[in-house]
Design a binder for this molecule. Structure first.
Ligand SMILES: [Zn+2]
Length: 256
């Protein structure tokens, strides 16, 4: 595959980076990323993934745009209120770059349909807001051998972790939740609140980490940083990183 002159120009600031280069940009153009949850994290993640020229995108969200989403869900505008997030996101993408191949679903992702919705993805970016969904997505990723970037945000804190539980020495998201099942999740973010720019930080960071995963073996940026959780603190501000151990009793990944 080679990039057309128009695409070379569009991605010139990537291609000039030795850590990405022409080979890296071609890999991005050949990549398929599934974005689950088109909210505060999914919006900026999608914007930077699309801007990076990811050739194929699958978008899943069953929700409808609400006026209170606009404080942080940056792909939506006032005219999208009342419309589905998935179709609104597709409209944003069509305006942004009609060269990208896009599939959307307004189904609620569950353990029953996740395998179908994520099929063929090279990496999944999960920005959903509850444990049940995240665990269902993670379990399917482990079973299908798909890398998972899990991102969450609440108040002034964000978390972005890269999981490859299908690999023998790497943790999955279920391993992580077993060790830290506490109020750091966003199950209560509607009540707790969230500084909008924190969602932007976590979502764009998730897009950066997804690019690292996709470029593994292609160019120098390709370091997936498996089993590492980056914790973004918007108050200090600062960033710290913890390593997640594979849980030898994990019901999703221990037997692999
Ligand atoms: Zn696990």
């Amino acid at each position: 595959m080679s990039l057309s002159p128009a695409r070379l120009e569009r991605f010139a600031r990537h291609i000039v980076l030795p850590e990405v280069g022409g080979a890296g940009q071609v890999r991005l153009a050949q990549s398929h990323v599934a974005v689950i949850g088109l909210g505060g994290i999914g919006s900026p993640a999608l914007q930077y993934l699309a801007a990076a020229g990811i050739g194929q995108l699958s978008l899943v969200d069953h929700d409808v745009v609400d006026v209170s989403n606009l404080q942080r869900q940056t792909i939506f505008t006032t005219r999208d209120i009342g419309h589905g997030k998935a179709v609104s996101a597709r409209r944003w993408l069509a305006n942004f770059d009609d060269s990208l191949s896009v599939a959307v679903s307004d189904a609620q992702i569950t353990a029953d349909n996740a395998a179908r919705l994520l099929a063929g993805a090279d990496v999944v970016v999960d920005g959903t807001d509850n444990f049940a969904t995240r665990l269902a997505v993670s379990d399917v990723c482990v079973a299908a051998g798909i890398p998972l970037l899990s991102a969450a945000v609440g108040r002034f804190q964000g978390q972005v972790g890269a999981f490859a539980g299908h690999l023998p020495d790497q943790a999955c998201y279920r391993c992580y939740v077993g060790d830290a099942f506490d109020a750091e999740d966003c199950d209560t973010c509607a009540e707790d609140g969230m500084l909008g720019a924190m969602a932007g930080w976590a979502g764009s960071f998730a897009a950066l980490q997804a690019v690292r995963v996709l470029l593994q073996g292609v160019s120098a940026l390709g370091d997936p940083q498996w089993s590492r959780m980056h914790i973004l603190d918007g108050l200090a501000p600062g960033l710290r990183t913890i390593r997640i151990a594979k849980d030898p009793a994990c019901k999703a990944c221990a037997a692999l």
